[in-house]
Design a protein around this ligand. Sequence first.
Ligand code: CO8
Length: 372
Amino acid sequence: MQNIVISGSGLFTPTATISNDELVASYNQYVDLFNKQHAAEISGGQLEALEYSSSEFIEKASGIKSRHVLYKEGILDPAIMHPVFVKRDENTPPEMVEMAVAAAREAMAQANKTAADIDLIICAASNMQRPYPALSIELQNILGVNGYAFDMNVACSSATFAISNAVNAIRGNTAKVVLVVNPEFASPQVDYKNRDSHFIFGDVCTATIIEAQSSCTTDNAFKILGMRLKTSFSNNIRCDIGYTEHCFSDNNPKVPFFKQQGRKVFKELLPIVAEVIQDEMAAQSISADQLKRLWLHQANINMNIFAAKKILGRDPLPEEAPLVLDSYANTASAGSIIAFHKHKTGLNSGDKAVLCSFGAGYSVGCLMLERC
Ligand code: CO8
């Protein structure tokens, strides 16, 4: 079977950041406003008073210290509590495409590839700013790529599932060099008025180039030894609002906010993650002590340490299971790719590593990699 490699990666990071302290200060101002406005219902027992958020809780429960966002304005205004930006016209690429162009150019440069080399683009993310025309086709047009492009969504596992699609396209002879982009414009989906989830997400975009080892010209590529994908239905991470919403009789405008049962996700998802990675290690005859790096999904520090410990059979060293969620927060499907992009140096030829996503669906995508 043809060897396939990840020959380049790219990252676009928005310049604006929001620290936990900034986020909590604005949330707590909103709480004061809400409780004051609803003082009568609260004292009458018809409404519960909102409680303060805290930076200490956020950092201890999740490991998140800060996040990058495309539009900071509005998020921190207690009278607004969402990103504020202008809807772009048809001739202007939306934010997700703009982020993807930047990440794609870095990945292409790393892989020594130009637009003329690429013949498939997959835009894989947890949300698309429009259903069609596909964002990937607009990106294709901007980059000047021939061939074809499509969008896909498997929530937090969008990137790993897209890389597996890229591998299959190359093996099936429908593409030679594939660009995968993961523009995660998460902030509009966050309910900044919800204490349980206001701190979780950040905006970012990652990109990877996938090609046959025979066409690869870089010396920092990773061979894809194996791929294992798993889904198992769960209501514990949901977005419920879609294009049919206006048809229902109760058609108050609703916002497609992210919601989850974080504790349940933690408990139910980790065993699936461990099983998928261990099954792939067994299939490739790779033992725990051969694994030099684990680039894991970046949702929660405790979850990552737990997963790494289960796989390695001991506490991971910080460099073995790199964390980026402290400064990026949860960036959905981009998280494990950011960890890969920022922490892929220092491995020797032949070293084995795991890149694994996990999240809504539930979905788990595990790639077993070897440094070329
Ligand atoms: N400040 C202070 N206290 C708080 C806060 C806060 N901000 N939030 C909650 N509390 C309180 C709670 O009310 C609770 O109080 P009590 O004990 O009195 O009831 C207490 O703190 C403990 O709350 P939790 O049990 O909820 O806290 P946890 O320790 O479970 O931590 C986490 C919460 C961090 C959310 C944790 O459960 C977690 O990270 N779980 C894993 C979640 C996960 O991995 N989810 C994957 C989601 S990502 C994904 O799949 C992508 C979806 C698509 C992307 C969408 C883009 C937007």
